[in-house]
Design a protein around this ligand. Structure first.
Ligand code: MG
Length: 466
């Protein structure tokens, strides 16, 4: 395997990011209740990461970090981890995204699906390096619901225009796939970058009937199957177009599963979405590039979605931005089997540093002893050896003082950079979020408008849920 930067042809890049898909939700990651033949095949023909981290345990922060190669704290989103419709804040247009980088070296760029880095005009994907956009700009539960009658209708955007309000979510993934295939088919001399950010498996889960009927895991299994089907469709099209060998595919998720009896799984990890236990942030990641990345490979080194920025820059020869990044290139890992360059990872929840991983070890800071009345009395730090105990079951802090000291030093380095509000620490390397002076929602409810779908409440619409 040779150095790709000397390759005469840059690969097409398809980056698939799921919403809330858990570590244990795919067959190739141990699921026994979801069927994912196409994704299992993807893993068999590329590299499957076992210790790959979403940058944050929730949506906006995770996606902003993936796109910029920076911890969300660095790009000013510590206090805006989940952006809401009409919110003033968003990813600062001055930040450089993967799309903007790839455009510099000639890529055609498109995002389909969930953006969630701000819905004001200056924050939209088309202002962040994407030539085109088709999708819902935030979470699929942020539209009108009986339980939330105050909300604006859910917008489906084409570039910067609302193409539809309250679209039928059952058919949306099929529309996303159709949009992806049409983009892939276009005659072009330059390569393309397609960022497909699935709506699934974020609740509410409205799933097409054929996937529901075949599911052994209810609507959740149907949604996972639909994600898998999308992979199958993309692969079939790559094959038909003769682009399979010229296309680098990355498949991952923005955070762990909610796992609240809805059918999702972070097994064998502890915790859920929005938590800094492994289950909140360790997610599936599969990368395939036929002929360049060895098939049937597993990588157990620490890696993060933050690292995709530098990885794709190295592979495509795109210049890195001048502003500091947190991204470490995985290109030598992917192409030559080198160890991953990342030695540590900071688990921030919003502005608070809750844990740090260094090598095989993870130290939690924000565990507290509680009184029966619910008041925190003292902090209980917990140390886990993730190589032996990925499920974080056995706190071994008493036995490893030197490990704790080493992680404390690493934590201090993160606090100096990004702060730690719990300790009243301000970070020295934090840039500003974008702020829109007069924010407004993209849509406004109109009682006379003939919405296709009036609301998205599963309980009120059993036929939608199936
Ligand atoms: Mg999510």
């Amino acid at each position: 395997m040779s150095d790709t930067s000397t390759s005469p042809r840059r690969p097409n890049i398809i980056l698939i990011n799921c919403d809330d898909l858990g570590y244990g939700d795919l067959g190739c990651y141990g699921s026994t209740c979801n069927d994912t033949p196409h994704l299992d095949r993807l893993a068999a023909s590329g590299v499957r990461f076992t210790d790959f981290y979403a940058a944050a345990p929730v949506c906006s922060a995770s996606r902003a970090a993936l796109l910029t190669g920076c911890y969300s704290q660095r790009v000013g989103l510590a206090d805006y981890q989940v952006l809401f419709p009409g919110q003033a804040q968003g990813l600062n247009p001055r930040e450089c995204t993967i799309a903007r980088q790839l455009k510099q070296v000639g890529y055609a760029t498109k995002i389909i699906g969930k953006w969630h880095c701000g819905d004001q005009p200056e924050f939209l994907p088309t202002r962040h390096g994407f030539d085109e956009y088709f999708g819902i700009p935030f979470s699929n539960d942020m539209g009108r619901q009986v339980t939330h009658p105050d909300r604006a209708p859910l917008p489906l955007l084409r570039d910067e225009t609302v193409a539809q309000q309250q679209p039928d979510q059952r058919g949306l993934t099929e529309r996303y796939v159709d949009e992806a295939l049409q983009f892939m088919r276009r005659p072009r001399t330059d390569p393309f970058f397609l960022y497909l950010a699935h709506m699934y498996v974020h609740v509410p889960l409205f799933v097409p009937r054929p996937f529901l009927d075949r599911s052994r895991n209810g609507a959740y299994g149907g949604a996972v199957a639909c994600i898998d089907w999308a992979m199958g469709m993309i692969d079939a099209e790559l094959r038909r177009l003769g682009l399979l060998d010229d296309t680098l595919v990355i498949f991952t998720s923005d955070n762990g599963s909610r796992a609240r009896g809805e059918g999702g799984s972070n097994a064998p990890l502890r915790g859920t979405k929005a938590q800094t236990w492994e289950g909140g942030q360790r997610v599936p990641c599969i990368v395939r590039w036929p002929g360049r990345i060895a098939p049937e490979t597993t990588c157990g080194g620490i890696a993060s979605a933050i690292d995709l920025f530098a990885t794709l820059a190295e592979i495509t020869g795109a210049p890195l931005p001048e502003a500091p990044l947190d991204s470490l290139s995985l290109a030598p890992t992917l192409l030559a089997g080198s160890p991953t360059p990342r030695q540590s990872f900071a688990y921030y929840r919003g502005p608070n540093l809750e844990a740090v991983r260094l090598g095989d070890w993870k130290l939690h800071f924000c565990k507290f002893e509680w009184t029966p009345q619910g008041a925190a009395t003292r902090e209980l730090r917990e140390l886990y050896n993730l190589r032996e105990d990925a499920g974080e079951t056995t706190n071994v802090i008493e036995d490893h003082c030197s490990v704790v000291a080493a992680i404390e030093a690493e934590a201090e380095a993160f606090r100096r950079r990004f702060g730690d509000r719990r300790l009243n620490r301000n970070g020295a390397e934090i840039r500003e979020a974008g702020v829109c002076p007069a924010p407004r929602t993209l849509t406004a409810y109109d009682a006379d408008y003939p919405y296709l779908v009036a609301c998205y409440d599963l309980a009120d619409m059993p036929t939608m849920a199936g």
